[in-house]
Design a protein around this ligand. Sequence first.
Ligand code: C5P
Length: 218
Amino acid sequence: DPLIVTLDGPAGVGKSTMAKRLARELSIPYLDTGAMFRAVAWRLGDGAWERGDARLTVDLAGMEFSLSGIGEDSVLSLDGVPIGDEVRSEQVAMWASNIAVLPVVRASLKAAQQTLGQRFSLVAEGRDMGSVVFPAARCKFFLDATADERARRRLRQLAGMGKTADFDELREQIARRDHQDRNRAEAPLKPAPDAVIIDTTNLGQEQVFAALVRGIRG
Ligand code: C5P
């Protein structure tokens, strides 16, 4: 059976950084499910959530995700095209959050995620990996941190991609997106009952990574 490790938590907590490292440690791919929601949102464009289920179902049925590579070299593609930095703005993130409330969108991406999880061992990161998509995962983690610290981390991540943002605006955007993610009816952002919760606010990357490895190796 494929090994599945889930890493959930709010925006900017450092899930992607840790998922890449953990996947490298385990020599398996990591699956960035936020990138799936972002790529679909980017492809559908602004206002997609108002289009109605019938149209969205047809659009989604025509999209296919694939995964290759290991650790930080994992490449997630939509219809054969690697998902790139074009989806990494807070605007596209908000579009993603807006379509992520729709049951038809969630059902379609859940099926795609589970198909990948049957084919590959994965470190799967997102919002509902441990609670909904991979309930039988070997290890489940939920990373948390204060809103201020998450905005700082996201600012640093954007800087690494050569992008700039205003701190207060970024914090406000992340807070709005988290509020929507925590309060939606379907698969709201919350820890699975059997997840290990790690408050990373005052932890450095090495400490978070060590805690994850301890959690897996026991
Ligand atoms: O993780 P990331 O910030 O890239 O995710 C973008 C948005 O996609 C989230 O704010 C959330 O609304 C949605 N998402 C989700 N379920 C996941 C991953 C992401 O609803 N498993």
